[in-house]
Design a protein. Structure first.
Length: 300
């Protein structure tokens, strides 16, 4: 097991997977900033790569945030240091006491540790937040367990957000995330059908580990080179031309530059309609015009 780099100074550490960096996670991060400032400690997030469920289960869930996205979000929320600890069977089998002594105390010099109420660690997940409190106290560390956060009477969780996205409920997902759900990916060469219809699209490579919303048409914002553009996004299999593999196509409104190879961030804001087959390309063009008009109205 590779070791994380030694800490530059004693630190306050928030430990967890932080998939999605949702509002529940953000409360942990708020408390991390608070404790770091109060104690003159380095605010550190200890997360795991790959996600533990990708090692421990046969059918792991797709991720709300891949590592690069997660690190960018954490740093944007004032975290001084992010340590991505390689997660493997050896780490999964570590006794809870060894995790506290070897990882938190010896390697990171953690003086304070923050975790969510449902945190588990160590062999077979036997370590709980309560276990960590006892072990941390014995090791001279203060442990803070952050209670669940709720929106609309439901506890915020990555699982709940996945459920919302699987139904195309991107606005509900945004309420739980504290921001719109987004995907970062590079533009690849497509088949040129959109341009032939008068609506050129940027075709994006789909990240294999990344969760995507339900197939359909969305109004979105696209971030490119620190500028935002309104867009209509089609996520699906293009049944009018013969259903194939899932594709993510983005039509930027009032935009004419070449985007091949560009790294775009697409924020899904509103679900417009399900994807469906049309009798002819002309009928499809009429519907795309309606989609564009509706997107302009919603994104105005």
């Amino acid at each position: 097991m590779r070791e994380p780099p030694p800490g530059p100074a004693p630190c306050a550490v928030a430990v967890g997977s932080f998939d999605g960096v949702h509002l529940g996670h953000q409360e942990i991060l708020r408390r991390l900033r608070e404790r770091s400032a109060a104690g003159g400690l380095v605010g550190t997030v200890l997360t795991f790569e790959p996600h533990p469920l990708r090692v421990l289960t046969r059918h792991p869930p797709l991720l709300l945030t891949v590592l690069e996205e997660k690190v960018a979000l954490l740093e944007g929320m004032g975290v001084s240091r992010v340590v991505a600890l390689p997660f493997d069977r050896e780490l999964a089998g570590m006794a809870p006491a060894d995790f506290v002594q070897d990882i938190l105390q010896r390697r990171l010099d953690a003086r304070e540790v923050l975790v969510g109420y449902n945190f588990t660690f160590g062999a077979r997940g036997e370590g709980t937040a309560e276990t960590l409190c006892h072990l941390g106290e014995a090791a001279g560390m203060r442990v803070f367990v952050i209670p669940p956060q709720e929106v609309g009477g439901r506890v915020i969780s990555s699982t709940l957000i996945r459920e919302r996205l699987s139904r195309g409920e991107v606005e509900e997902a945004a309420h739980l995330l504290g921001r719109p759900f987004s995907v970062r990916s590079r533009v690849v060469v497509g088949e040129g059908r959109g341009r032939g219809l008068g609506f050129p699209t940027a075709n994006l490579r789909l990240p294999p580990e990344k969760l995507l919303p339900a197939e359909g048409v969305y109004a979105a914002r696209v971030l490119w080179r620190e500028r935002e553009w309104s867009a209509v996004v089609n996520l699906g299999r293009r049944p009018t031309f013969g259903a194939g593999e899932a594709a993510l196509e983005v039509h930027l409104l009032d935009f004419g530059a070449d985007l091949y190879g560009a790294l775009l961030e697409i924020a899904f804001l509103h679900f417009l309609r399900p994807e469906r087959s049309f009798a002819s390309p002309a009928e499809l063009v009429l519907q795309i015009r309606r989609d564009v008009a509706r997107a302009r109205e919603l994104l105005r």
